[in-house]
Design a binder for this molecule. Sequence first.
Ligand code: NYM
Length: 215
Amino acid sequence: RVAMSYRRGALIVLEGVDRAGKTTQCKKLVQALQESGRPAEMMRFPDRTTKMGKLISAYLEKKSNLEDHTVHLLFSANRWELVPLMRQKLEQGVTLVVDRYAFSGVAFTSAKPGFSLEWCMSPDVGLPKPDLVLFLQLHPAAAEQRGEFGAERYENSDFQKTVLQRFEQLMKDPSLNWQVIDAAKSIEDLHKQIKTHSDTAITTAESQPIGELWK
Ligand code: NYM
């Protein structure tokens, strides 16, 4: 390998409780990066299009029931199956903007009774490490005001409150570049902040190898 010969893309993850505006912001960020001449693509987890993703989707839509450990491992496997593609893109210089990642995996499963943070983290240890994790912070009461929850699994306020607590525990990890953004702000304000953090992360990532998550 020739040193300093390529500039890899950055791995940028957006996280937050349901209805914080992650998907809207991911799309706006990808568009803004592309317009400023930086190759960028969006990904989302779960990726419901793969075989594993279809099992997950049926579970979330309550069309099937899966044992709690099993579905946790499926969510993780759904990330691992995309790792070769992610690495390929990053090495080609494409910045990946990802709607949810292992942090959602850990926060949602560990909100269920009897699941420790440690157990939930272990299957995702070694995934490509995000260069930036943007956490869209939204108070549960504010999330509730954004209208009724949908009919999918996990979409109720008590569960979401526990999920938020788990995210807050994960954010204490100083080995990751967490940036907390106030999701109650306007779409444009949020976008500006997210774009600024992303530009910095992209420049920093160019001269660094891809890291390994939680390792
Ligand atoms: N979710 C998402 C998990 O429980 N574990 C995971 O690893 C991931 C990535 O699936 N309620 C949950 C969070 C959401 C749901 O919703 C996916 P959406 O609207 O497709 O982001």
